[in-house]
Design a protein around this ligand. Structure first.
Ligand SMILES: [Zn+2]
Length: 281
């Protein structure tokens, strides 16, 4: 599932191309993916793209906009009007757009297009007004890279949750944007066992984890996110974060710090990687 770095990469890219474009038409190929009356947004101009946790919000020149969640396998790919004839995406099988996984196409007045592709069809696009947008973002916990993301707020939030630290930092109502991949990486960076109770973290560990969440997310944004099978950025290219992971996906490989074998367990239903020597219980 795209996490904060992947969604932020898409946001940053879309912000370089969408502002100023006017929506001409929306072609809905799969009803399930779209909620609202598309007529409400036709003729509206894009002002900018915002992000709340893993959700995007395309702001229009009216009090409504488009909230977008990519969920498991969603992709949002921009095709510039100059690329209409020869546009290939970095996909193993379906390299052209639209293809059989295209669920929705937004056509702009200047002939550029925005494709919403989704293999498993859990993702969605909704027309929301400012009240609904507030309601969607109000459900989210502290947002990294905002003024609310302070060590004090972070400590208060994680200590209030009486469960394992990995489950705490993946809980969107506590910390917005971090999912399984970056939770694994941040906990290894901070040398904290994923199953350790959040209430048992000392001040030093909490501070280390706070710093590591910041640095792990920032590094992944710089690398345009993690691509395995599904995620592509807004220009149809793969991210490179997977080439720089230290622990995620490294089952039975040697720990890059101490050399001991990295373990993988299922924890909270998700693949959890750690080095018992560096991240003792
Ligand atoms: Zn180690």
């Amino acid at each position: 599932m795209p996490e904060l770095p992947e969604v932020e990469t898409i946001r940053l890219q879309l912000n370089t191309v969408l502002p100023g474009l006017v929506i001409k038409e929306i072609e809905i190929l799969r009803e399930k993916c779209f909620q609202g009356d598309k007529k409400e947004v036709i003729g509206k101009e894009v002002i900018g793209v915002e992000r709340y946790g893993k959700m995007l919000f395309v702001k229009l020149n009216s009090n409504i906009g488009l909230a977008i969640h990519l969920k498991m396998t969603g992709r949002l790919i921009f095709q510039d009007r100059n690329q209409l004839d020869d546009f290939l995406i970095e996909d193993k099988t379906l390299k052209t757009l639209p293809n059989k996984h295209t669920r929705l196409i937004i056509y702009f007045e200047n002939k550029s297009r925005l494709y919403f592709n989704d293999l498993r069809i859990f993702g969605w696009i909704r027309i929301v007004d400012s009240v609904k947008r507030e309601a969607l973002s109000a459900k989210l916990g502290i947002e990294p890279f905002t003024k609310d993301f302070t060590l004090e707020n972070f400590e208060k939030a994680i200590k209030a949750a009486k469960k394992a630290i990995k489950l705490v930092i993946m809980d969107q109502q506590i910390l917005a944007g971090v999912g399984n991949i970056y939770a694994n990486e941040a906990l290894f960076c901070a040398r904290i066992n994923p199953q350790k109770s959040a209430t048992k973290l000392n001040r030093q560990e909490t501070e280390k984890l706070f710093t590591c969440i910041n640095s792990v997310l920032k590094k992944a944004i710089k690398l345009h996110g993690f691509s395995d099978n599904d995620y592509l950025d807004a220009f149809g290219k793969k991210g490179e974060a997977q080439n720089h992971f230290l622990i995620y996906g490294k089952n039975k490989e040697n720990c890059p710090v101490c050399g001991k074998e990295i373990k993988k367990i299922q924890f909270g239903g998700r693949g959890t990687y750690f080095c018992l020597q560096c991240q003792p219980k």
